[in-house]
Design a protein around this ligand. Structure first.
Ligand code: SAH
Length: 352
């Protein structure tokens, strides 16, 4: 049985092979992406024979919702169980007119950022294209009928640039008018900073917004909190990011998770300002969302204020992201950790 969300060609090919008219593909897509069909039987403008045959060959849902949390601020989080028992998280955020979803790209994560819950047990595997699209559809179905998803951030579990080959076809379905119809400008891929993969993305498809998780203004500190940095280095990442900017003409975002007494000192703010000042970037500072069992803390509001003032004075375009879903386990990977029992972990080869 094929996952219908795995590729937008599968069902089209199948329809042709079975002598069904090609326009049936668009009808099915509309039910899945614009409508709320849970099964092929809900697709009431398809002939019964087609509905029966298509349901013998394709499945729509491969995941099970094992937990659904709702925050007082409107944030909702799903914990999904995959067919092989792996678990991933995805989130719906409500902000004024925005309906943003945060989706995962891998089960676990291999990057090992020391403050993050997702990578504590390493990576299990890449998500398939269908599993990535399925998160989008599950979250869209949490909205009332008249509301549509407006933004996607690939900032859930995993390193999206280590799974580019499956992610890009999923984002194609998200941005296609036959799919979710979300403009590519409203889709952000967040990366720990893998230069060859950034360059590859620039070549393959530079329509998406790129966010780079920097978290430290010098290599010594970054090697400590983002261990993969030891083999990469900030300068190489900045070069690749500059190249992406040139090719895409889209302003880059740099993310900086503020950890008390680790990377929140005035000297860090000054160094960060000099790294970024010649660049047309947005700096997104995120006060740490504490993870049970990890020793990191959110800085005091005084430390946050000082950090901000230094960057503002240096004319850096800075934005402080509000933490959302504090009353649920919204920090990436937290909910899964609370519920995960045993996982067998295998190392996967980075694709790039
Ligand atoms: N691997 C990618 C995308 C997933 S992480 C990346 O590194 O960008 C998405 C963002 O959430 C990253 O900036 C990450 O550093 C941040 N993050 C992870 N755990 C966090 C926490 N507990 N509090 C605040 N931000 C966190």
């Amino acid at each position: 049985m094929k996952h219908i969300l795995e590729s937008d060609h599968h069902v089209g090919d199948w329809l042709t092979q079975h002598q069904f008219p090609a326009y049936r593909r668009k009808q099915i897509q509309r039910w899945l992406f614009q409508g709320r069909a849970e099964g092929f039987d809900d697709m009431s403008d398809l002939p019964k024979a087609l509905r029966d045959q298509v349901s013998e060959n394709f499945q729509i849902w491969t995941t099970k919702v094992v937990e659904h949390q709702k925050s007082a601020d409107g944030t909702e989080k799903l914990l999904l169980e995959l067919q092989d028992g792996g678990r991933i998280e995805c989130v719906l955020l409500r902000e004024e007119n925005r309906r943003t979803i945060c989706i995962s790209s891998q089960v676990g994560c291999a990057m090992g950022c020391v403050f993050c819950a997702s990578g504590l047990d390493g990576v299990d595997r890449n998500l398939t294209t269908g599993e990535i699209v399925e998160q989008m559809l599950r979250l869209q179905r949490l909205l009332p009928e008249q509301e549509r998803l407006s933004h996607i951030v690939v900032m859930g579990m995993g390193e999206p640039l280590a799974n580019l080959d499956r992610l890009l076809p999923a984002l194609d379905q998200a941005s296609s008018p036959d799919g979710l119809g979300i403009s590519a400008r409203r889709i952000t891929i967040s990366t720990v900073g893998l230069p060859p993969a950034i360059t590859r993305l620039a070549k393959l498809n530079s329509r998406y917004h790129l966010a780079v998780s920097l978290h430290a203004p010098n290599d010594e500190l970054r090697n400590e909190i983002v261990p993969v940095n030891s083999n990469i280095g900030i300068q190489t990442i900045l070069d690749a990011a500059d190249h992406y900017f040139e090719v895409s003409s889209r302003r880059l975002t740099f993310e900086y998770v503020l950890l008390a007494d680790v990377n929140d000192r005035p000297e860090h703010a000054h160094q960060l300002a000099s790294l970024l000042k010649a660049r047309n970037v947005l700096l997104n500072v995120i006060p740490y969302n504490p993870v049970a069992g990890l020793p990191y803390r959110t800085p005091s509001s005084k430390a946050i204020g000082n950090f901000r003032a230094i960057l503002l004075k240096a004319n850096i375009n800075i934005q402080f992201r509000q933490r959302k879903g504090d009353d649920i386990d919204a920090a990436c990977g937290q909910l899964r950790r609370k519920t995960v029992k045993t996982t067998e972990l295998v190392d996967i080869e980075p694709l790039n």
